[in-house]
Structures are given as structure tokens and as C-alpha cells.
Design a protein around this ligand. Sequence first.
Ligand SMILES: [Zn+2]
Length: 135
Amino acid sequence: MEIARHWRLKDQRYNLVGSCCPKCEKQYFPPREVCPACGGEIGTPFQFSGRGQVYSFTTIYEAPSGFDQDAPYTVALVQLEEGPLVTAQLTDLGEGKPEIGMPVEMVTRRLRTDGDERGMLIYGYKFRPLLAGTR
Ligand SMILES: [Zn+2]
């Protein structure tokens, strides 16, 4: 049970695996077990493309402990191509400024340092601007 749970979380963190209702084909991220739209049971994992666009964003200047070395950073609500909204940090912005409607894609990055002694890094998804010509 624990191992299964671990892998499920890993899938969510690294691969944007959600779930898809077999009846009405609505897609969810994070995955749900019961479809709020039709009440049906969902057992089908669904792999999102990882592409979407910035729906809204905010810049964090006062970061919580563990995130402070990255401050200031930008957190965006990203609307995936498939529809669901996910919250994630934007990365690789360079000199550019985030904009609403900006196309982005998911990348796996270091999220934070968990505990100073062991220096364990937590990885997870972030979104970066979609490079021109890759679409
Ligand atoms: Zn449904």
C-alpha cells in the first residue's frame, strides 16, 4: 500500500498524471476517484501534455522557509491544454516578464531544500515559457 501510494505521488509530481472519467471524459488534476461532474467512479490515469498557458500569476517576495533562497519568484495558475488549472512556480523566465496567456510547458526542477542538515532536495514540476517553434 505504502509503495503504491509513493509511486502515485511520484507520478503526480513528475509527470502530471491526473485522471480521466471514463463516462463523461472530463479530466482532473490532481487525480480524483469520483467524478464531480457525473458522479461516476474514476480509475483511469490520464497523462497531461504538460503544456498550457498562464491564467494568472503573482510574484512572491516574502518566501516561506525552505523557499527563501529562490525569492522573489513567480507562482502562476496555469491552464493546461486539456483544461484543468494547476498552481506551479514559473522558471527560466530570464529577462522576460510573465504575461497572462503566455504559453508554458512543464519541466521538473528542484522545488526546495528540505531540512538543512541532510540537504535533501525536493523535485517537482514547474512551468517555463514555451520556446518558440516547439509547438
Ligand atoms: Zn464523469
